[in-house]
Write a protein that binds this ligand. Structure first.
Ligand code: 9MR
Length: 277
């Protein structure tokens, strides 16, 4: 169908037969929940570490599943050596990281979150302040160009949260960036919508509009980290709404939930996932 159903996976749980049983049965795509992040893959500058990421990649590929790579460049979960860098040194270190990791996994990744969470929350609609942003506004397109060169076969995605509601300034800011990238030939193939929902941040009624408007720019859209805190029919109806919004958009190519069982979730107390403990 060209649409895939994924989950975040933790390498530490691959010895849990209940977990692996559900993983193998229910999903055809996986994302490493933490193991491909910058702090995990480059703990010391220019010393790369792929052991835990490879455990996930090998398990998934052994089962014929696709892999979403998460994430090449992000203001958060940077290794200690990177956190205090700035200017040209940081820009070059970031580009080297993108190149090295995307090259190592070349040919094995269906889609990369090249840049994660670069827009600010609130009413401004602009970029988030970060050490990466302070290297210059072109850091995002530079990361995408480096990723394209390193792995021309991977779909390259921009991924963020609170971009689900079409009327929010952050959504509009990301939309304008993608529109600009497409107009100038910056290589971008997809936009990831994390989709972390709860009672204070419910699934918006205009979700389909958001997904369709981005798709109309000529990119795939993917729901990349779905979880919905709650229970019972209210929670189930919100899951249904997200799935229907995606299915109504031809270029909505995937839904990934952010873990398998409630007990696996980063928000376990909100019982936000599809399986109980
Ligand atoms: O689920 C991840 C959790 O185990 C980590 O402690 C956390 C650290 O930042 O990151 C969580 O995953 C995040 C994802 O990488 C990006 N979007 C938000 C997710 C939830 O915080």
């Amino acid at each position: 169908s060209g649409r895939y159903f994924g989950t975040a996976v933790a390498a530490s749980k691959l010895g849990d037969s209940t977990y692996v049983g559900i993983l193998n049965r229910e999903f055809d795509m996986v994302t490493a929940e933490n193991e491909m992040k910058m702090d995990a893959t480059e703990p010391n500058q220019n010393q790369f570490s792929y052991g835990n990421a490879d455990r996930i990649v090998n398990q998934a590929r052994g089962q014929g599943k696709r892999i979403r790579g998460h994430a090449l460049a992000w203001h958060s979960q940077q290794p200690g050596w990177m956190q205090n860098m700035s200017g040209t040194a940081l820009r070059n270190a970031m580009l080297n990281h993108v190149t090295q990791v995307a090259t190592y996994y070349r040919g094995k990744i269906y889609a990369w979150d090249v840049v994660n969470e670069a827009y600010a929350d609130g009413s401004g609609g602009g970029r988030r302040d970060s050490n990466l942003q302070r290297t210059g506004n072109d850091w995002i397109e530079a990361a995408f160009r480096a990723a394209r060169t390193a792995d021309p076969g991977a779909k390259l995605c921009y991924n963020d949260y609170n971009t689900d509601n079409w009327s929010h300034a952050k959504t509009q800011g990301v939309y304008r960036m993608v529109q600009d990238f497409k107009a100038r030939g910056v290589p971008i193939d997809c936009v990831g919508f994390q989709a972390h929902f709860n009672s204070g941040n419910p699934v918006p009624s205009n979700y389909h509009t958001t997904l369709q408007n981005f798709a109309n720019l000529g990119v795939d859209v993917q729901i990349t980290e779905l979880d919905i805190e709650g229970s019972g029919s209210s929670q189930a109806q919100q899951y249904q709404g997200v799935v229907q919004a995606c299915l109504a958009v031809t270029r909505c190519t995937g839904i990934t939930v952010w873990g398998i069982r409630d007990t696996d979730s980063w928000r376990a107390s909100g019982t936000p996932l599809l399986f109980d403990g």
